[in-house]
Design a protein around this ligand. Sequence first.
Ligand code: ADP
Ligand code: MG
Length: 666
Amino acid sequence: MSSTSQSPDPHLGAESNLEKSVQFLKGVGPARAELLAKLGIHSISDLLFHLPRSYDDLTNVRTMDQIEAGVLQTIRGEVVEIEGKELHDGRRVTQVVIADAQGKCVAGVWFNSTLIVGKVRYGQQVAFSGKPKWYRDHWTMNHPRVQALDDEEGKLEIVPVYPLTEGLRPEHLRATMRLALTRAADEVVETIPDPTRTKRAYPHVAQALWQAHFPAALAEDVNARRRFIYEEFLILQVALAVRRRSVRDRQQAPKLATTPQIDAHIRKLFPFLLTADQDRAIVSIVKDLASDRPMQRLLQADVGAGKTAVAIYAMLVAVANKHQAILMAPTEVLAQQHWQTMENYLAKSRVRRALLTGNASLIATQEHGASSVAKRHLLDVLKAGDIDLVVGTQALIQDEVEFAKLALVVIDEQHKFGVNQRARVKKLGVDPHYLVMTATPIPRTIALSVFGDLDTSIIRQLPPGRQKVLTRWQSESQRERVYERFREELRKGRQAFIVCPLVAESETLDLTSAVEHYKILRAGPFKDFRVGLLHGRLPDDEKQRVMQEFRERKLDLLVATVVIEVGVDVPNATLMIVEHADRFGLSQLHQLRGRVSRGPMAGECYLFAGVTTDEARERLRAISRTTDGFTLAEEDARLRGLGEFFGTRQHDLGDLRFGDLLHDFD
Ligand code: ADP
Ligand code: MG
């Protein structure tokens, strides 16, 4: 609902005053127009939709007996004293005292401003609005708003408080606003259909604008605002629905049927029973795949909840229908991980599998197992349709990669979301179905709004027997005790991670600290154990080797930067320390600790942090308190704000002007 050229404001009529410059209004010259422009206000319409930040409710009138400290209120009385003096510290103070008929009084106090002296006179009836406090033996108000009650203009009203900019006087903006409303409010086009508006008892847009700017009572403003928020969400949803429909109507996807035989055959490949949530997701996916409209589905689940198993199910449906399917991971490590998972399930099947990343091209078949092949060769067989399933990285969507009969694209976004959802694979002929997986649980409210053009499946339930991760925020003094706990568990054959942060701005510094930390641990507290080091600067094959050693239990302890955040599935690893935990976001911490709940044993995660901000403190408390990813995601969005939460400013929300996805959703 911005008035920029690419998205015309639906409120604008064809030939209205609304689009005219604010200079069109009396009293607004070039200078004031420039100030308004700083607030993003250019047209009269911009001005009308510049809603107050808050209100000063001057209708809250108290008698002198009812005065309450710290609450905005209005007190009436007669001016009985006007006095100026200088304080010890050199500040000038002006004091105006008003009294009621009983002689009870309140003092208005102004520092370094004598303007008030010219505005009031002895014996005059005035109203002070402000927050009183008790000072020594009497009530005072600092810089109260003063209104002369004998003045025709003086009214006790609700005064809008606007976001301002240096040099713009509030009373001027209020006057200009009144003028704009009088001139142009009636021209604003109503976009909420009448029946909807009536049903919800929302005021007409013109009335709502008046009420939002100059409410007669505070309830009025709330209802008017609700109307604008509702309207904004309505437009967003309609836009998403239109986009979704136009995508579907334009595209043709292959119909992939799932027969009971296919279903039974696929299920037999898993060494476990699928959970009810996995089944529910599969039912939706099966239905989508059977249609000739491409599936656009988002699969959300916490780390380790079993998304990959669901994705493999879907891919095998494509294969059973003699089509190809691909699974694209964000990193090399994760692609390798998925490859391994898939090999576990499919080693004995006839499905022809391949891995394609920047560094690796592999083909695996029932007869020959897995073996490296020349990339050229792999590309040829993909194009010939002699491979059924491919796992890989972004390498999969390069131009040179072509598929004979691609029917399904699975994109694993791990801890991001939305960013790649529309990544397009070079297609031959038909459009494939899309399944996007994310391990960052998205608050329901956000998912519905942002991904209104995607269908959503959620797996909340963890596979049976999965334990919660005990999470403790520890003080430095407990470090030795935690180390002792680790040694005890490592002796029993468990494995552990020690995670050090790596932030882009000071990569080198953090790297040294991870390396230093590794040296210290290896020489000191864990000298009797096999300690490995893994960080982003290692060459890829070195990374693979270290991970492999850890997986094969040739290492007891792995000191790592966040590279382990994605793609480490070592059920025997049950312990984790996160250093400088305050530097990690909530979702990141949650992802990290997910690494020590991959098996049947309860994981333990210890956080060390030199905490500097309240926000960091709240984060660490939240992560210690809850293990539910959805609750944390909501908390995360609340603490960081949505922009940060999405990690990009380019999300599809545009700028919500009135609504807040978290607070206004219901
Ligand atoms: P995600 O992709 O959501 O992180 P995965 O599909 O990789 O989760 O599953 C995590 C682990 O749980 C894997 O070791 C997998 O074999 C196991 N798993 C998945 N689904 C089930 C299930 N229904 N019952 C038991 N174990 C499961
Ligand atoms: Mg996974």
